[in-house]
Design a protein around this ligand. Structure first.
Ligand code: MEV
Length: 292
């Protein structure tokens, strides 16, 4: 039995702390962005799936059909996404989640969270080579999480009197290249990765005790460490320095890097609005705001 239209939805995510070091087993903190969504519609199609290993959507559909032993089925997919591609906002994981949910819904098959996460990570493995699993976990979560690769995750209660701005440089990020760049650094990267892991722990403590200044400082320091790892970009550096000079409590690049977005922590809505207009003047092509 199939439905006429299968529907799948997912939301995006942003990493607060711990990108790259999370690949090496250090903790990371990420938040779901529940208002930034992807919707996938699945209908009967006329062509077999074209397997494109560079396309996260194709890989996710392939993983879902293979799991259901329906590789021969001809389907059509229509994606509507508010998540910009390749900006560190989890677009590939969110598209994969929406598509897999859509395929299972189309065939009226049950889909457990475990199977969904497994299939998303399979798709991500092909698109991203060696994903830590953080993107999938954060896009599947309704709340902020602390995540440790192969160990699990815990919920992080966010009840801060602050706002997070997400500013898109408009430049594509390159996660696989950035992960490979860090790998090539070998032993040279180890103290920097350890420092990023420590900063994620500091950030978690600061969040639980409501110490915004400490949280912000750990973000500024993390940005410098990510720069030293060679995964930032001149556009991200520029927006972080603007945020800093305008009194943001903290700011850093976010996600895989070599492009993509920055995040900035500010106290009031008024400050968020002011900084947002300024970042736009300084080159940000889009800004999102999250209450923390
Ligand atoms: C990508 O969103 C985050 C990285 O840490 C890679 C990963 O976790 O797989 C750079």
């Amino acid at each position: 039995m199939t439905k006429k239209i299968g529907l799948g939805k997912a939301h995006s995510k942003i990493i607060l702390m711990g990108e790259h070091s999370v690949v090496y087993g250090y903790p990371a903190i990420a938040l779901p962005l529940k208002n930034i969504e992807v919707v996938c519609q699945v209908t009967k199609g006329s062509h077999p799936l074209k397997l494109d290993v560079t396309d996260p959507l194709a890989m996710a559909i392939f993983a879902a059909l293979e799991h259901l032993k329906k590789q021969e089925e001809r389907l059509e997919f229509h994606i509507q996404s508010q998540v910009p591609k390749k900006r560190g906002m989890g677009s590939s994981a969110a598209v994969a989640i929406a598509a897999i949910r859509g395929v299972f819904d189309y065939f009226e098959e049950e889909l457990s969270l475990e199977t969904l996460e497994y299939l998303v990570n399979q798709a991500e493995m092909i698109a991203h080579t060696n994903p830590s699993g953080l993107d999938a976990k954060a896009c599947l979560s309704e709340v902020a999480i602390k995540f440790i690769r192969n160990m699990g995750f815990s919920e992080v209660a966010l009840n801060l009197d602050a706002h997070l701005l997400i500013a898109d440089t408009g430049v594509y990020g390159h996660t696989s290249e950035a992960v490979e760049k860090v790998k090539q650094l070998g032993a040279q990267a180890l103290p920097l990765l350890q420092q990023l892991g420590d900063l994620a722990e500091v950030a978690e403590k600061s969040i639980s005790t409501g110490q915004l200044k400490e949280l912000g400082e750990s973000m500024f320091v993390a940005h410098e460490v990510l720069k030293r790892l060679g995964v930032s970009s001149s556009e991200c550096d520029h927006l972080v320095s603007i945020a800093k000079s305008q009194g943001a409590i903290g700011a850093k690049m976010t996600g895989g890097g070599l492009g993509g977005c920055i995040i900035a922590l500010v106290k009031s809505q008024e400050k968020a609005d002011k900084l947002s207009s300024l970042l736009k003047k300084e080159g940000a092509v889009n800004i999102w705001m999250e209450k923390l």
